[in-house]
Every structure is written in C-alpha cells, then in structure tokens.
Design a binder for this molecule. Structure first.
Ligand code: CDP
Ligand code: MG
Length: 658
C-alpha cells in the first residue's frame, strides 16, 4: 500500500500530532468539520503506525462503501484487498484486508461471536456525534473492553459537537483538525414570505436566486422526495445543469457519480447522508428546507416510524457548512430565523428517543449485560428501564431475566416490540398477511384526515370503511379500497381521489412503504405471509398478544373502561366503537390528553385474553363445594389480568386446581 497524504487536507497539518497521540494513548478523539479528512486519512495514519487490522465504522452502508472505495484508490490497491468493506449482504474483504469499513451495526453484531473483538488491533468509531443506538452501545462496550484489551487502539471521530463528552468518557486527548473555510452567507426564505406554493416551488425559487455558476446541494428528507424533486426540477430545463440524486438505496455506480468531475452546473439532491458522512465535492451553495427523517427507533430498525421532523440547529449548521469549502458560499434556509432560533440545539441521542423495551431487547440479544451496569454516555432513566423490562415480560420476550425464544426472534424484527410480538403470533396463527397491513398502519399516522371545517364531510367519506367491532379491521377495509383504486387509476387521478376523500396521500404512500419493507423482512426471516382475509378472530388474537396491557373492561352501564393497573380509559371519539362500546376491548394505543383515551379499538373475548395472557393472569378460587351431580368438588374461579376481572364465577373442578 502506498501511503500518501494530500497537503491540501486540513488533517495533513496535524498528521504528526495525531500519530504521536495514537502511539501514546489507547483512545484518542479527533474532531473537525466535515471534509477535513478524518474519515479517509485516519485509517492510513493507523496503518502507517503498523496497525494491520483496523475496523472503521460508518453509520450508513452507502458511506462504508464509498469510503472504502476512496481509500483503496488513494492507496492504489484494489478494493477488497488491503482495503475493503463489509455491510449486511455484501462483503468485500479478504484475508489480507487491513482496513475494513463496516457499518457500526455490523461491528456490534460481531461482538456476538468475538467478545473481545480479538480480530482487530484498531477500532475507529467514525461520526460518533450521530449518537445512534449502535454507536452508544459500541462506545459503552469498548469502555468495558479496553482494560481487558490494553493493546487495542480506539479512535473516535466527531463533528465539532459533543467532543468533550467523548473525551471525558475515555479520558482521551482531543485533536482538532479544522480547515480553512470561506464565509457562508445564510439567507432565510420561509415559504409564507416568498409566496411559494409548496416546498418544490420554494426550492426552484431558491435555485433562481442563487448565482448561475456553482454546484448546489439540496437536502431532502427521503428517497421519494428526491425523486419527486428531480422530476420537478428536470421539468424546469435549466441550461447546462445536471440534476443528481443521492440516497442510500441508489445503485453504487449512481452514488459514485457525485465524485466525478463534470462540465456545467450540478444540483445534487441528497438525504441526510450528505450532512456529515459523505462530502460532496465542489459545493458552492446549499438549500436547506430544514427537515429530515428522524429515526424513532434503533439504527437497525429502518422500517420503524421515520417521521419527517424539523432538524436541530446543529444539523442546520452542518448543512450550511457543506458550502464554503472551496469559495464563498450561500446557504438558503426555507424557513424563518425565528423558526431556527426556536429549534433544539442538538438532536437527542437515539437512546433517548427510543422505546426502551427495544433497547433492552437488543442488549439482551447482544449479551451486553444488565443495563444498570452498562457504561452509557447517557444512561436511560431507571423508571423507564423498569417499564421496558415489564413490557418485555408481558410480551413473553423475557423470563427470569433471560431472553426467551420469542424474545430472540423479536430482537431480529425491525419493529417496536409490541408490533413484533403481533407479527410472531400472526405467523403462528396463519394470519400474517392481514397483520402485516395492520402493523404497518400502526407505525404511521392515520391517513384519514378530519379537517376541522370539513369533519362531517370527511366522516361521510370514511363511513364505508368502518367495521363496527374493530378499528383494526377498518384498516384492512381501507387498505383493500386503496389497493383497488391504485390499480385502476392513473397516479394523478389517485392523488385527486385521495384529496376528495380526505385521505392523506403521503401517509398512504408511507403506509405502503412500511408494509413492503416489513413484508420483505418477514420473508427474509422465514415467516410466511400467506393469503389475506384470514379469520378475524385469529387476527385479533394475534394483535392481542402484543396488547395485553391495553385491555379494558367496560362498566356495565358506563362508557369508561377499567384498564391495566387500575387505569381508566374511554374509547377515542374517532373510533368506530365509540358510540356502542363493547364490554371488553383492546386498544392499539393509550394516549393521555385531557384524559386517558384508547385509540384504535376492537371487541375481544375473555378467553382470548386468558390464553394470550397465560403467563400474566392471576387465578383465585372461592366457594369450594361438593357437587353430587358432577361427583366432585367444584369451586368458582376468578381470572384477573393486571387487576382486570377477565373471567368471574366460572365453575371449575376444584380437584384439578393446583
Ligand atoms: O471525514 P471528513 O468529513 O473529515 O473528511 P473525508 O470524508 O475524509 O473527506 C476528505 C476529502 O476527500 C473531502 O474533500 C472529500 O470531498 C474527498 N472525498 C472524495 O473526493 N471522495 C470520496 N469518496 C470521499 C472523500
Ligand atoms: Mg467523515
């Protein structure tokens, strides 16, 4: 391998300091703006020091591939020889690979088979400021491992956020590499002020405002949004302008295009991947609509809800920093300065956004030990931990502090644990096709709109989807309708239909996206979707196995339900069951506003609860008496689930009771 450094990269100026620090310390932190050379140069410095088995982690597959390719090129070796990458389903490494690019999720999974990470002499945790669950797990794991592996070198890199916290965690020196930057002028152009119709219109307006020469980077929230924007901007027929999309699922060759030289102007439409992990060269201007899809579950849980949310101030600063690397730049934010000022400073670390039951499940499946002993950078609070453990116990994922078989399977499913439990039950009961649709629906916001001024009209349109005993079945009815319409209508007619019938087009698309991803994952895991239209009783039993603490028993003459642990709830007015609530119900969600509401409800049978909640119910017996008719001692049985009397006064043979 030829190790050379580009004099123009800011990191090159600190080469000797970094090499010395790496030699003298077990852990070092390298901080610096995007584009300063951390990702591409640090593994070379480690190699130069004699390290021959370097794991270099990236938060995203697309970056792992691109970085490996780049380093291989710089060192004049073939990709897959001394420099390679390994991501899920794609391994381009060989026995002689010294620099191995991996996703942080993959390195974490390797802990399973290699508890001391013996195969590595160096671990570079890149982009640590992203603070995904995988990164936090890795940092905690390394913290525990380092005393046992005094020979292991660790390099943590970060944008200039959170740097001191990493340094404090490992008692490590920080080396800052900062490059020359040119001034960036930030302009605020909120839609309301510019009179733009929508975001695409606002992007086009921003493009016309920018100087005609100079590449532009536009941050979009997802693949679909990028495709839409690309179509729209191509329609504008800008002279000598190339429109380039950039997102994770793009074919590798297309991703690579952003690094190629080109005549004329280029407009790159990118997801968050261009915020810090990939440096798109030569950008002069940035357009930042101010949104991103923010994962609400772990890095691995891609199919979980990824709501589009306003980005933090730190992210906005990173985005504007993408220009000003080569010359003065302009960043146009499609929101107001007041909006910016009101945003949170940083995006919360994922561990604080995530369902703790799923964190605990991951920890148990990776054998990371008890959560209270794990050295997290930001430990979750203990009440939330207890709640999470209780939920795992309820779902049958843990028993006596150990992961059960069900739990192990659940940990491989990219869903919230409750939903994962439903899918497993559905697989067993042979109603997975239907439950996949319902579970996907539960992961998104309801696409049925009820605008305040048109509530009646909307209800009128939605009436035909209502199933009297189950809002879950209403989802299925709506799904079938949407499928039919989509097959029969052109895409513009379908959009129009959605608008006329008060259905939210983008949410429907999201529903379909989540569904197809989940179906694919289920298939990969060997589950059988089977055909739709299963027996509704089975569908409900499958759902119930994930909703045991969302069961309620209605007072005989009231509307209020007695729920788990004495909670009282009512069925949400938008539900098909609100007018005539059943005696016993389960609800998809319990939401606390002015009072506790159960959303998405269905009528259920006590026997289903008894069966699905076998591991949770309490049974008591009273009035044992001799029955001459039956020739045995009989008693009255009472079955309680979380304090809810599911079954009362059932006559049973006392002799059989243990
Ligand atoms: O990690 P950091 O953001 O500090 O920088 P880097 O990713 O190592 O990038 C250093 C330089 O290499 C930047 O100027 C990138 O534009 C360039 N680069 C490239 O041209 N092609 C790649 N595949 C990766 C980086
Ligand atoms: Mg980098």
């Amino acid at each position: 391998m030829k190790i050379r450094y580009d004099e123009a990269l800011p990191i090159t100026a600190r080469h000797d300091d970094i090499a010395a620090a790496m030699r003298d310390h077990q852990v070092i932190v390298v901080a610096g703006e995007t584009g300063s050379g951390k990702t591409t140069q640090l593994p070379k410095i480690a190699y130069e020091l004699g390290q021959r088995s370097i794991a270099h982690t990236q938060p995203r597959r697309i970056a792992a591939r691109a970085v490996a390719k780049r380093i291989a090129e710089e060192c004049d070796v073939e990709l897959g020889a001394e420099v390679g990458y390994a991501v899920r389903f794609d391994d381009k490494t060989s026995a002689g690979t010294a620099i191995r690019l991996v996703t942080d999720g993959l390195l974490l999974a390797e802990v399973h088979s290699d508890r001391s990470l013996k195969r590595y002499d160096t671990i570079i945790i890149d982009e640590a400021h992203e603070r995904s669950l995988s990164i936090d797990f890795l940092l905690g794991y390394l913290k525990q491992l380092l005393p046992r592996r005094p020979d292991l070198k660790v390099v943590i890199t970060s944008a200039t956020i959170d740097v001191d916290r990493f340094a404090a965690m490992f008692n490590a020196p920080v080396i800052e590499v900062s490059g020359r930057t040119y001034p960036v002028e930030v302009r605020y152009r909120p839609l309301a002020e510019t009179g733009a119709d929508d975001q695409l219109d606002a992007i086009a307006a921003a493009i016309s405002e920018l100087p005609r020469d100079g590449d532009i980077l536009v941050f979009m929230s997802g693949e679909r949004e990028i495709r839409d924007a690309a179509d729209y901007l191509l329609g504008k027929k800008y002279p000598r302008t190339e429109i380039l999309p950039l997102f994770g699922r793009l074919a590798a060759a297309d991703q690579q295009k952003i690094f190629s030289s080109h005549p004329g102007r280029r407009i790159v439409l990118a997801t968050n991947v261009a915020e810090t992990s990939l440096t798109v060269p030569g950008i002069r201007h940035v357009i930042d609509p101010g949104f991103a899809r923010i994962s609400r579950f772990s890095q691995r849980l891609k199919v979980q809800r990824l709501p589009i949310e306003p980005i933090s101030q730190a992210s906005a600063a990173q985005r504007s920093g993408r220009c000003g690397r080569v010359a003065d730049g302009i960043c146009i934010r499609l929101y107001s300065e007041e909006d910016f000022d009101g945003r949170p400073e940083f995006t919360d670390p994922e561990i604080q956004r995530t369902n703790l039951a799923s964190v605990l499940l991951q920890m148990a499946s990776l054998d990371l030990g008890a959560i209270k002993d794990f050295p997290f950078l930001d430990p979750p609070d203990s009440r939330a931990v207890t709640d999470g453990l209780n939920l795992l116990y309820e779902l049958g994922a843990m028993h006596a502090e150990r992961l059960t078989k069900v739990g192990r399977k659940m940990s491989t499913l990219p869903t919230d644990p409750r939903l994962g439990r439903m899918l497993l039950a559905a697989d067993k009961l042979g109603c997975l096709a239907d439950v996949l649709v319902i579970v996907s629906a539960m992961s998104i916001q309801d696409p049925r709109e009820r605008p305040l001024e048109h509530q009646q009209a909307a209800d009128e349109k939605h009436k035909r989807f209502v199933e009297p005993d189950s809002d879950f079945l209403s989802w299925l009815t709506l799904w079938k309708y949407i499928r039919e319409q989509r097959d029969n209508l052109s895409s513009s007619a379908f959009r129009r239909m959605c608008r006329d019938e008060y259905l939210h087009y983008l949410r429907i698309r999201e529903w379909q996206d989540v569904h197809s991803q989940l179906r694919r994952t289920a298939k990969d895991l060997g589950m059988k979707a089977g055909s739709p239209n299963a027996d509704p009783d089975l569908v409900h039993q499958a759902l119930l196995s994930g909703l045991l603490s969302h069961v309620g028993l209605r007072e005989p003459d009231g509307r209020e339900f007695l729920g788990a642990r004495q909670a009282k709830f009512m069925i949400f007015p938008g539900s098909g069951l609100a007018k005539k609530p059943p005696r016993m119900a389960m609800v998809g969600e319990l939401v606390e506003t002015s009072r506790l509401w159960g959303r998405t409800a269905a009528k259920i049978q006590p026997e289903w609860v008894e069966e699905a909640g076998e591991h949770l119910v309490n049974r008591s017996y009273s009035e044992p008496h001799w029955s001459t008719k039956r020739g045995s001692v009989m008693a009255r049985e009472k079955v309680l689930l979380y304090g809810i009397p599911i079954i009362v006064d059932r006559l049973v043979q006392y002799g059989r009771v243990d």
